[in-house]
Design a protein around this ligand. Sequence first.
Ligand code: CAA
Length: 378
Amino acid sequence: MDFAPTEAQEITRKSVRSFAEQEIVPQSRAFDESQEFPQAWAKKMGELGLFGVFVPEKYGGSGLDTVCYAITIEELSRGDASAGVIAAVCNGLVCEPLLRYGTEEQKRKYLRPVARGEWIGAYALTEPGSGSDAAAMRTTAELKGDHWILNGTKSFATNASVAKVVIGYARTGRQKHEISAFIIPTDADGFSVLKKEDKMGIRASDTVSLGFDGMKIPKENLLGELHKGFNIAMATLDGGRIGIAAQALGIAQRALDESTKYAKEREAFGQKIADFQAIQWKLADMATEIEAARLLTYRAAQMEDLGRRHTYESSVAKLFASEAAHRAVDAAVQIHGGYGFIKDYVVEKLYRDQRVTEIYEGTSEIQRMVIARAVLGK
Ligand code: CAA
């Protein structure tokens, strides 16, 4: 595999970084405090084609590769991790399954507006009683005449109160994995937003629970084959986890950049703290782990572009990048000392924003389970 960046990948990094520095970073703290959804960021990201990075142009996307997608999420998250996840969900958890499993009509009706940035999309798998054991969901879908009727509650759905379309999952049979995927327009009868969560980090991203109360959606909104929705959910997460690895990478890179700047300015005992080996070794460890996380993330993205299954590679990338980011933000707070513990410096926010990368789209424990199954050949 070749990891030298292509021209398109270099341009993507430059343009997304410049957008993030000019339009996201200046408002980042205000949105973190207010917990308001950043509509202006979403509008601009959509207009720039950042919601459908790898979607072919004929479906309204930017027609770039998955490495460009990873770079996009990395650079947005370096600016603000909430911006990263808003775009990651639209690309990885909405456009990707519609592109892969949707009919031409579904692509025209639902993929195109998300890829063009006109709509925000969301993904609803988790429920109050089923997180890591996703197949234990209780939401049901029953076919009545020309409509599916869905009943149940979904939790922790990113983007869902501002979305126009949700890719949702419901039980369609008695066996544990007899689950189907559905395209849910959020104006469907019986769809409601129940509760907005008050979170530790990524506070500008919208995280809500959803009620499906006799929710009625057209028969043709089944996505993929009946009873094959669990496989669709898992294959989608294989791609989604590349996005979260990239988000962790962006947070870690910002932690390193901020720490480097601070270490060159701050003096103690008559010299810059960057001259102390205790600080240098922290910066060196951060840089090394970030490089490794980047290679793992881009490898998984390249495998997706080659059309090869990458369940293992995505889990390895997400596990390593999120845990490396944990160590990076922790070191960044330590390097900043007391200033790392107050909100005047962004590392306090990075410390909170990083934490969820070890939880959503599969906890570190689930990634280890997936990796171990592959190692053991199960
Ligand atoms: N691709 C395609 N199919 C897959 C697959 C994959 N990666 N992984 C499993 N499958 C298929 C299996 O082949 C099997 O299919 P068949 O019956 O046709 O053979 C079926 O799915 C069942 O597989 P398992 O027996 O392995 O399933 P399991 O019940 O043991 O679950 C698990 C496996 C890995 C633990 C899974 O439940 C899992 O990943 N859990 C974590 C859930 C998760 O990541 N949730 C995140 C929510 S989304 C989110 O966080 C979004 C956000 O807001 C940002």
